[in-house]
Ligand binder design. Structure first.
Ligand SMILES: Cc1ncc(C[n+]2csc(CCOP(=O)(O)OP(=O)(O)O)c2C)c(N)n1
Ligand SMILES: [Mg+2]
Length: 338
């Protein structure tokens, strides 16, 4: 969680919070760019869906969460993992298939787990994050625990039955859950507008009676504000919230896939110009909250940490082949015991 400080500025947020958001978005971006290069170099087996362009959503939501709060994510989950506290070295090592990865090298890009920081899983299946988060929230309710859960999912997943079942159940039971839809306007290469009778997902939520908001998902301050209120409501027992964050992935659906054809170069460029990191940077500078040198220093620091994480992953051992059958069934010592 990013703490507050006494100093308030024109954004309504403290410098500490704003710098924390900036730092997190840069960390995700630099890590994703590194992973894209590594994938092109053949160092990452399997698919690799990056989160470039969508960083404000994970950063703005997870800034409000405690380690004991849980998140459930998708095939595009690197950013969520980092924002919830998975160290870059554990993420990169996982994608490199190494034993030091957060899933011990057995999950890869789409199956990241780090229960110690509340990442209860990313998934290659579209939709289940919604129901898993509802289940976790129901558990917190039964156990009377002061915890919230978050489901991240895409516009495509909102056409899955899980969305309709999950949202309805959360509403009638007033569960402490946030549904964070990252509407990046495409499911793989299918424009959402062509597969939705009503492409306004927040309106769909309202039809179920859930408090819903559609917002600029590339404006981290807007996401932070909306998520703060949603988390407050969840903790206060006021029920779930649906946030439809309008955003865009500026890289292909998955690394190595085509970039245009189903969308235009002009559209991509227009969204690149609305980069959430550039936008926050410009705002911090315009408001006199940061200098170019300070922000450059943060970027250099983060690049250094990512370079160190890549070296760590590269030098890490592969999983021991004799343990190939481990972790298939849960064991008495816990699901992660060897
Ligand atoms: C149940 C299921 N159906 C189809 C797929 C194939 N698939 C993988 S990603 C994807 C698109 C998902 O789109 P969206 O939910 O908008 O997420 P985005 O990739 O845009 O972040 C599809 C259809 C899948 N993995 N799981
Ligand atoms: Mg999508």
């Amino acid at each position: 969680m990013i703490g507050g400080s006494a100093v308030e500025h024109t954004t309504g947020l403290s410098r500490e919070v704003l710098f924390g958001l900036y730092r997190q978005m840069v960390q995700i971006r630099r890590c994703e760019e590194q992973l894209a290069r590594a994938h092109a170099a053949g160092l990452i087996p399997g698919a690799c869906h990056t989160y470039v362009g969508e960083e404000a959503v994970a950063a703005g939501v997870c800034a409000h969460l405690r380690p004991e709060d849980s998140i459930f994510s998708t095939h595009r989950g690197h950013g969520h993992a980092l924002a919830k506290g998975v160290p870059p070295r554990a993420l990169i090592a996982e994608l490199f298939g190494r034993a030091t990865g957060c899933s011990r090298g057995r999950g890869g890009s789409m199956h990241l787990f780090a229960p110690e920081v509340g990442l209860l899983g990313t998934s290659g299946i579209v939709g289940p994050s919604i129901l898993l988060a509802v289940g976790a929230a129901y558990g917190y309710r039964i156990l009377r625990q002061d915890r919230v859960s978050v489901a991240f999912f895409g516009d495509g997943a909102s056409n899955n039955g899980a969305f309709h079942e999950g949202v309805n159940l959360a509403v009638i039971w007033k569960l402490p859950v946030l549904f964070v839809c990252e509407n990046n306007q495409y499911a793989t290469e299918v424009p959402f507008a062509t597969v939705a009778g009503n492409p306004n997902i927040a309106e769909r939520g309202r039809a179920y009676g859930i408090s819903s908001q559609r917002l600029d998902g590339n404006d981290v301050i807007a996401v932070y504000a909306a998520a703060g209120e949603a988390v407050r409501r969840a903790r206060a027992g006021e029920g779930p919230t649906l946030l439809e964050c309008l955003t865009y992935r500026t890289r292909p659906h998955s690394e190595g896939m085509r970039d245009v054809g189903y969308r235009t170069r002009e559209e991509i460029e227009a969204w690149r110009a609305r980069c959430p990191i550039k936008t926050l940077r410009a705002r911090l500078l315009a408001d006199g909250l940061a200098t170019e040198a300070e922000l450059d220093r943060i970027e250099a620091e983060i690049q250094g940490a990512i370079d160190e994480a890549v070296a760590f992953a590269t030098n890490s051992p592969w999983p021991d082949p004799t343990t190939a059958a481990a972790h298939v069934y849960s064991q008495e010592e816990g699901p992660c015991a060897s």
